[in-house]
Design a protein around this ligand. Structure first.
Ligand SMILES: Nc1ncnc2c1ncn2[C@@H]1O[C@H](COP(=O)(O)OS(=O)(=O)O)[C@@H](OP(=O)(O)O)[C@H]1O
Ligand SMILES: Nc1ncnc2c1ncn2[C@@H]1O[C@H](COP(=O)(O)OP(=O)(O)O)[C@@H](O)[C@H]1O
Length: 210
């Protein structure tokens, strides 16, 4: 653990090319779109649909999806509260770098604990962290269950000591977030509509031009 904690004898090296110059080059403003919600709520679907829509508008974005990042950078982490916190912290730090590079970084993770999402928000200036809450009822997510994980969780067959989010591990919804995706009259917006909602926010708040 000697490398952890407060670094000593390490100094920040400032580079001459700054964020505003990079943003000008690609005519957009770097930010983090942080998508949070239960497993099966549609995070990855929104992330990919948003990524595609921004690409078609000539805007550079990149998706950091929890499932994918856990194949590499975070492959040593499980689902205990401590590991989830470290998972979110690392992705928050990477997202911050992408935003500093000028990209619209789309992070899609369950990120169940409010304090961990708030810690990521605190890494950026407040208006550069756009929290999107997939406000889908647990019953809808469980009904979808594309990976069969809810079924396993209900049967007590999820391996390890960690619980499954929404079943035996908590999900703490945001108290205030920039965007909420939810059903209207019991109907879920289409992936295209969900992406449209986020693109409108980005457009109205000046992120799609330098
Ligand atoms: N115990 C437990 N709880 C929740 N999710 C589980 C668990 N075990 C495996 N999975 C699968 O891992 C995906 C969630 O990874 P995340 O990195 O987004 O999770 S977290 O933010 O660290 O809580 C999640 O993907 P999504 O369904 O896309 O959300 C699950 O497929
Ligand atoms: N807006 C939507 N309308 C209908 N089905 C959806 C929608 N968004 C996602 N789905 C479906 O729900 C399931 C879970 O979506 P996914 O994006 O994988 O969720 P998550 O990443 O939150 O686990 C998938 O089968 C997907 O096709």
């Amino acid at each position: 653990m000697s490398a952890m904690g407060n670094p000593t004898n390490i100094f920040w090296h400032e580079c001459p090319v700054v964020k505003t110059e990079r943003q000008k080059l690609i005519d957009q403003q770097g930010c983090v779109v942080w998508i949070t919600g239960l497993s099966g709520s549609g995070k990855s679907t929104l992330a990919c649909s948003l990524n595609r829509e921004l690409h078609s508008r000539g805007k550079l974005s990149y998706v950091l999806d929890g499932d994918n990042v856990r194949h590499g950078l975070n492959k040593n982490l499980g689902f205990s509260p401590e590991d989830r916190t470290e998972n979110i912290r690392r992705v928050g730090e990477v997202a911050k770098l992408f935003a500093d590079a000028g990209l619209i970084c789309i992070a899609s993770l369950i990120s169940p604990y409010r304090k961990d999402r708030d810690a990521c928000r605190a890494m950026l200036t407040d208006d550069n962290f756009i929290e999107v809450f997939m406000n889908m009822p647990l019953e809808v997510c469980e009904e979808r269950d594309p990976k069969g994980l809810y079924k396993l969780a209900r049967a007590g067959k999820i391996r390890g000591t960690a619980g499954f989010t929404g079943i035996d591990d908590p999900y703490e919804p945001p108290l205030s977030c920039e965007i909420k995706i939810e059903q209207k009259n019991g109907i879920c917006p289409t992936p295209c509509e969900m992406a449209g909602q986020v693109v409108s926010y980005l457009d109205e708040n000046g992120f799609l031009h330098a």
